[in-house]
Design a protein around this ligand. Structure first.
Ligand code: LHQ
Length: 265
């Protein structure tokens, strides 16, 4: 039996998805894309899953596309790189960024190429101090994909985005934190415990409110202030009518901890 390229483990409200091709630094094959997509779709469909953690097995988070699985060969006809994005990476980034629950990237080691940008598509990125982010594309004549050209300038500004994309040098986790590319760099031996603490906190949070927050922040990158204020009215109307908002306010007034269901209605 072939080994699964993505391991899936549910514990309470937390679904942990582990990229599992450690010998090839968890680089993406078509099979891995399909399994990761299936894992995320299962998370979307399961109301008891309140948060997803994405991490890698072994010493890497992911080295991006498996360059041996692409069909490129010296002297051969180049495959359609755009088609691979359309079929696999773009739907994956859309799935992560529109999932109505938080997705945490636990970056346990190097994240290169599309592997880096998949991590950066997640809502919270925690990285081991020894991890690094490499926009490796320039080394092979490609452009940053999997949302890289969109997310990098927004997170670190155009000057740093161009430097990262054109020089393709590893950005250590601590510097990534200092630049605002990620949420937090933590000691290697603390990564899984810190991620578990954040995941456990989010697993009992007001999930629907978090989903609306995610939607609003995503929309802000193209909205005018006026449009964003309108969107805040629309989404706050939905959040304000949710059972978790009633519970949160009730709990505050009764001076007790809130017990959120995470449900929309
Ligand atoms: C790999 C890979 C890999 C296969 C390590 N593939 N085997 C979109 C559209 C269309 C087409 C193309 O792609 C894309 C999206 C992309 O992601 S493009 C960018 C693809 N990724 C890269 O260019 C990164 C390539 N990898 C590296 O530069 C290095 O491996 C890094 C810097 C990540 C780590 O270096 P080391 O720690 O020195 O490890 P290593 O290079 O020795 O790798 C260990 C093994 O993993 C080795 O296999 P082997 O059988 O020799 O032990 C590598 O060949 C394999 N591997 N990345 N992307």
């Amino acid at each position: 039996m072939t080994e699964r390229t993505v391991l899936s483990m549910r514990s309470g409200g937390v679904l942990r998805l582990t990229l599992n091709r450690p010998d090839k630094l968890n680089s993406f094959t078509r099979a891995m894309h399909a399994e990761l997509r299936a894992g995320l779709e299962a998370a979307a469909a399961d109301p008891d899953c309140r948060v997803v953690v994405l991490t890698g097995a072994g010493r890497a988070f992911s080295a991006g596309q498996d360059l041996a699985d692409t069909g490129w060969a010296i002297g051969g006809v180049a495959p359609d790189a755009g088609a691979l994005l359309e079929e696999a990476y773009n739907p994956l980034i859309q799935l992560i960024t529109t999932l109505e629950k938080p997705v945490i990237a636990a970056v346990n080691g190097v994240a290169a190429g599309a592997g880096a940008n998949i991590a950066l598509a997640c809502d919270l990125v925690l990285a081991a101090r020894s991890a690094s982010f490499i926009q490796a594309f320039a080394k092979i004549g490609l452009i940053p994909d999997a949302g890289g050209t969109w997310v990098l300038p927004r997170l670190v500004g155009a000057a740093r985005a161009r430097g990262l994309a054109m020089l393709a040098e590893p950005l250590p986790a601590e510097k990534a934190e200092a630049w605002g590319l990620i949420w937090k760099a933590v000691d290697d031996d603390r990564l899984q415990a810190e991620v578990a603490a954040v995941a456990d906190k989010l697993a009992v949070a007001a999930t629907y409110g978090l989903a609306l927050t995610k939607r609003a922040i995503a929309a802000s990158s193209t909205n005018t202030l006026a449009a964003q204020l309108d969107l805040e009215c629309e989404l706050q109307r939905l959040a304000g009518a949710s059972p978790d908002c009633a519970e949160g306010i009730g709990a505050f007034l009764q001076k007790r901890p809130a017990k959120f269901s995470g449900r929309k209605a």
